[in-house]
Write a protein that binds this ligand. Structure first.
Ligand code: CAA
Length: 281
């Protein structure tokens, strides 16, 4: 049973994770050193809740009550929580450092979770006290809309932690998959494979970016094509995941296409920079 969650990192993922826990009636402390980022996260949650209210998915009253369950803070010292979820950038050292600091503050029964999209849960767990339970809870952007929660079982993750993850998925109305701790888990591994192949097709002029994306949208029923999705996720983010997969698995299909490297070098990172495989004026 989870009554209070701490979410560390108030970027897109942290904001979304805080929102869905608060929507389900759980109190959330959203922590970030950057006060502006916290303000932006609350605004993002408010906008998202308003969209849901406009569709009639939630009531107008639920907007304020949900936001009322989110407290923003600059640090997690002196807090007490059932669950501590990190949603900081995809850097193993950064995540380990955060878990080490949190390990010193939280009671031994506080479950630690990482929202990593592919880094090793077992490596994170081995850097903190062996008695601490740590699990992967991988959410998808936009968190309030995407139905999946990918649960990653590290070498030392307990059955109890997996059961808690199942409880969380049910509470948050998400579909769950349970995956062994292996590079890229199930989702990033498949996602990168398709995206890199789409890029190789684009750079060898098999078809235009629009047509490659249409192939998957209308031929396979994906909500969005792999190149446009790369623009939304960020070309730099996908390159980093691909490099991690190639280093760890050594399979040639995870070798980053030259066009991806070139675009990242040019600063074309997708929607956030105004250009990627598409123009984002
Ligand atoms: N909050 C609440 N509702 C939202 C929302 C948000 N943040 N974003 C979109 N919506 C709702 C809209 O209100 C709309 O609802 P209705 O259909 O009921 O009207 C619906 O979602 C669709 O939105 P739009 O019409 O604005 O746009 P769209 O049709 O392009 O859908 C999308 C948007 C749902 C994001 C869709 O494009 C999609 O499914 N994209 C794929 C997203 C995806 O693949 N995410 C995974 C990324 S990878 C990842 O996250 C993992 C990682 O580790 C990197």
């Amino acid at each position: 049973m989870i009554n209070h969650v701490i979410v560390a990192g108030a970027g897109t993922m942290g904001a979304g994770i805080a929102q869905v826990f608060a929507q389900s009636g759980i109190h959330v402390s959203l922590v970030d050193v950057d006060a502006k980022q916290l303000e932006k996260a609350l605004q993002k949650a408010r906008d998202s809740l308003q969209r849901l209210a406009q569709k009639g998915t939630i009531t107008q009253d639920a907007i304020e009550s949900t936001l009322g369950r989110i407290t923003t803070l600059n640090g997690f010292e002196n807090l007490d929580a059932d669950l501590f979820v990190e949603a900081v950038p995809e850097n193993l050292d950064l995540k380990i450092d955060l878990f080490r600091r949190a390990d010193a503050f939280f009671a031994p029964n506080t479950l630690f979770a990482s929202n990593t999209s592919g880094l090793s849960i077992s490596k994170m767990a081995s850097a903190i006290a062996p008695s601490r339970d740590l699990i992967g809870l991988h959410f998808f952007n936009p968190v309030p809309v995407m139905k999946l929660l990918e649960v990653v079982r590290g070498e030392a993750t307990s059955e109890r932690a997996v059961e808690t993850a199942r409880w969380i998925a049910e509470k948050l109305k998400k579909e769950i998959i349970v995956v062994k701790d292996s590079p890229g888990f199930a989702t990033s591994r498949l996602g990168i494979c398709i995206a890199f192949e789409a890029m190789r097709m684009f750079e060898t002029n098999v078809a235009s970016a629009e047509d490659i994306d249409k192939a998957m949208v209308f031929g396979y029923g994906h909500p969005i094509g792999p190149l446009k999705l790369t623009d939304l996720v960020g070309l730099d983010v996908r390159l980093a995941i691909g490099e991690h997969l190639f280093r760890s698995l050594g399979q040639v299909h995870f070798q980053a296409p030259e066009i991806l490297r070139r675009l990242v070098r040019e600063g074309a990172l997708g929607q956030k920079s105004g250009r990627g495989f598409y123009e984002w004026p």
